[in-house]
Design a binder for this molecule. Structure first.
Ligand SMILES: Cc1ncc(C[n+]2csc(CCOP(=O)(O)OP(=O)(O)O)c2C)c(N)n1
Length: 364
């Protein structure tokens, strides 16, 4: 049981492979087929290729903004292999692999960052809440869903994500407290990528880490090398099984590094050094998993180049579809907050329609 051996009080981070993809903890190597590992790697590569493409679309002025996942792909990559259709995903905004696994399309992700409400309608994804930009506000929602699951004795689990900065919000503590009190089946995944925009982790909390905070709420917790796919997979799988057995919530602190900017509006060279970025590049999650695959002769560079070429074409295809989405009805701006639009909102909508007619009549 990893939760006993890696009890946060022991101050040990759970790891299975080293920076070169060598297994250093065979006892806890998860039972996972080569096919599934290869699929996970391809999922991570697709997410990374998309990320890099989006960055260039944004630089060409074709999309407003975007928060890259670069360097954090193993976390979502692991969740993607464990999360079932019936499970819930309550996201933050930096876990693309998990969105795609839930059934969101890249086109929808693009639409969201182009400003369309339809970007969070997720036509083919069940049990998926919209992204949450107000930091940590998603966590009490996740616990509410978890409480309902427990109350109605459903076989479902909630996966929810937050960043290290988000753990300083009151919502984080309230959510963990009630998840513990209600023994709700919620897996909290903290992507500790070392920064909340420019705020380094060491000034985020006086605590030695996040996983240890599970003690305060009486729930399971574990600190995991978030750039180690196998460790993440094992931790997520065991958390999922434990929550399904009715053993309540789990707090996973995934140690990682945001290799790119916070968003496309940020310049990380203003607050961190090259040496730090280079040290983390050594721990890159794709590099490590790829080394493991190559070592087992399951993969090679040629396959990778071919995959990237195919992915780029597919990403471009979906991006162009999103670009050609066209205008949406004005009602869309107003209709999503309430099931029935309240009177004051209806009034605002009418006023806005009048304003647009006024503008049009004057050729503005
Ligand atoms: C309640 C709230 N406060 C401030 C912000 C502005 N803001 C956007 S992202 C961010 C940092 C979040 O850091 P972290 O939780 O570590 O997640 P990361 O961006 O590193 O994934 C802040 C402060 C916000 N969106 N919501």
């Amino acid at each position: 049981m990893i939760f006993k051996e890696y009890d946060p009080i022991k101050k040990k981070m759970f790891q299975v492979i080293d920076n070169d993809g060598k297994v250093i903890n065979p006892k806890y190597m998860p039972e996972i087929s080569d096919e599934l590992v290869l699929k996970a790697y391809k999922d991570m590569l697709f997410a990374r290729t998309s990320d890099l493409m989006i960055l260039s679309y944004q630089r060409q002025g074709r999309i407003f903004t975007y928060p890259p996942n670069y360097g954090q792909e193993a976390i979502s990559g692991a969740v993607a292999q464990v999360m079932r259709k019936e499970d819930w995903l309550v996201p933050a905004f930096r876990e693309m692999g998990a969105y795609l696994a839930k059934g969101a399309s890249l086109k929808e992700i693009f639409l969201y960052f182009m400003g369309y409400e339809d970007g969070v309608n997720f036509k083919n994804a069940e049990n998926f809440l919209p992204y949450s930009v107000p930091i940590a506000s998603q966590l009490p929602h996740a616990v509410g869903i978890g409480y309902e699951i427990k109350y109605k004795k459903k076989d479902q689990i909630v996966f929810t994500f937050v960043g290290d900065g988000g753990t300083s919000e009151g919502d984080f503590h309230e959510a963990l407290n009630f998840a513990g009190v209600w023994n709700a089946p919620v897996i909290f995944i903290v992507q500790n990528n070392q920064y909340g925009i420019s705020t380094p982790f060491k000034v985020q909390t006086a605590s030695e880490g996040i996983a240890i905070k599970s003690y305060a709420y009486g729930i399971k917790g574990i600190q995991v090398d978030g750039n180690d796919f196998f460790a993440m997979y094992k931790a997520v799988k065991e958390s999922h099984e434990s929550a399904r057995r009715g053993e309540g919530p789990v707090l996973i602190e995934a140690i990682t590094y945001r290799r790119g900017p916070h968003t496309t509006s940020d310049d990380p060279t203003k607050y961190r050094l090259n040496a730090e970025e280079e040290a983390w590049a050594e721990k890159d999650p794709l590099k490590r998993l790829k080394a493991w695959l190559i070592d087992r002769e399951l993969y090679d560079e040629e396959t990778e180049q071919k995959l990237i070429e195919d992915y780029k074409k597919e990403i471009d295809r979906q991006f162009i579809e999103a670009e050609n989405y066209g205008p949406v009805p004005i009602e869309d701006i107003f209709k999503y907050t309430y099931a029935d639009m309240p009177e004051d909102l209806k009034q605002q909508m009418v006023e806005y329609q009048k304003f647009l007619q006024w503008k049009e009549a004057r050729g503005l």
